[in-house]
Design a protein around this ligand. Structure first.
Ligand SMILES: Cc1ncc(COP(=O)(O)O)c(C=O)c1O
Length: 379
């Protein structure tokens, strides 16, 4: 087994990350989106070198390297060349999303999202005093309700928070959907903040096409948010890079004092740059394991009362318990009776109380125990 795929339970139980410390020791955690695999060696070595050299002083050059490291990564992966001068560094993806949303809107302006979706999106809108416009995805295939979006875009929406690949469903919006969506965005002159931080974790040979790669007219209305946090299991790095296609937002950002929005630390930047520069083979082995885990999950749940659409991307499974006797609050019952921690569906949208999100980025043995425990609760 490759080192990167090692899942050492003693290590997991002794580190301070929230995944393995939030619950009691008998609980198997499959809630928060951290992987149980060790991050790439290149990232660990970059940090180790700083520690060995006791190199804790001012060190801004790692931050300068973040933007070219990301634009090169995107260019190699997607063939899209994003101008470095149009990019900015933030301390997390949600930081980028919130800063841009607030700069581009006034209180009570409409900000749309498509639920169920990563729950900090709705919180970001509400806590900024913007009007939350939820356009639920169509549940049969997790596609956008384009008619509803079109209607609301005419009068209510100023900004759209987009997530592709999509957390929690693992769905990829199709080229046809994006074309329809883009026509409305351009016609109504909306701004789209496109969170694409899951774009490296796609299965079945499907390649990612950034929203910003759908023509110049659309690119000028897109803010593409990227990060190494999901791809390389580096959420603690607190680093994110965004390409800001809209010139007026770039100008507004540049009017703020240099440190107004904060900056990633040199540690987070060093780990992130090292992962983008030398983490590709690590990622390939992780993707194989995640694919195997996804297949195991599909096989194990087939024929049970839990419904699950095959995630095309991410390491998240969006489990539908509506046909079971725990449909009111499945994650609560599974935690109490099965000692498995899932992310409650209700966090992701008002219609999702009978769902729960399962993180399958772990060893086959742990995943097997997680599935066994969940099925035991139902039987
Ligand atoms: C879609 C999405 N965006 C943002 C984040 C958070 O990323 P960051 O820690 O870079 O803010 C997550 C974390 O799981 C996520 O799934």
């Amino acid at each position: 087994m490759k080192d990167s795929l090692r899942v050492d339970l003693d290590r997991l139980r002794s580190i301070k990350g929230m995944k393995w410390t939030k619950y009691e020791k008998d609980v198997l955690p499959a809630f928060v989106a951290d992987m149980d695999f060790e991050p790439p060696n290149s990232a660990c070595e970059a940090l180790k070198e700083m520690v060995d050299m006791k190199d804790f002083g001012y060190k801004f050059n790692h931050i300068d390297h973040l933007i070219p490291a990301w634009t090169n990564w995107i260019s190699n992966r997607d063939g899209l060349k994003l101008p470095e001068a149009q990019c900015a560094v933030f301390t997390s993806s949600i930081h980028a999303l919130e800063a841009v949303m607030v700069l581009h809107t006034k209180p009570n302006d409409g900000v749309a999202l498509f639920s169920p979706v990563y729950h900090p999106f709705a919180k970001a809108v509400k806590s900024a005093g913007r009007k939350l416009i939820d356009i639920p995805l169509l549940e049969e295939d997790w596609t956008i309700d384009i008619e509803r979006f079109n209607e609301l875009a005419k009068s209510e929406i100023k900004v759209v928070l987009f997530c592709q690949p999509h957390n929690p469903t693992g769905h990829l919006f199709s080229e046809d959907e994006i074309t329809e969506f883009a026509e409305i965005v351009i016609k109504q002159n909306l701004l789209v903040i496109s969170d694409e931080i899951w774009a490296d974790l796609i299965f079945d040979g499907i390649s990612h096409k950034p929203l910003a790669a759908h023509g110049q007219e659309l690119q000028e209305r897109i803010v593409t948010v990227g990060s190494a946090s999901k791809t390389f299991n580096l959420a603690g790095a607190r680093c994110s890079v965004a390409h800001i296609g809209d010139q007026s937002i770039r100008e507004k950002l540049s009017e703020f004092p240099e440190h107004y929005f904060g900056q990633p630390s040199s540690f987070g930047a060093a780990a992130t740059v090292a992962a983008w520069e030398s983490g590709k083979s690590w990622l390939q082995s992780i993707l194989r394991q995640l694919h195997e885990n996804r297949e195991f999950l599909i096989k194990s749940l087939t024929g049970t009362d839990i419904k699950m659409d095959t995630p095309q991307a991410t390491y998240l499974a969006w489990l539908n318990f509506s046909n079971t006797n725990i449909s009111q609050d499945p994650s609560k019952v599974i935690l109490e009776k099965g000692r498995v921690a899932l992310e409650p569906g209700s966090k992701f949208g008002p219609q999702s109380h009978s769902f729960a999100r399962l993180n399958f980025a772990t060893s086959p043995e742990i995943l097997e125990s997680i599935v066994e425990r969940i099925l035991d609760v139902l039987n």
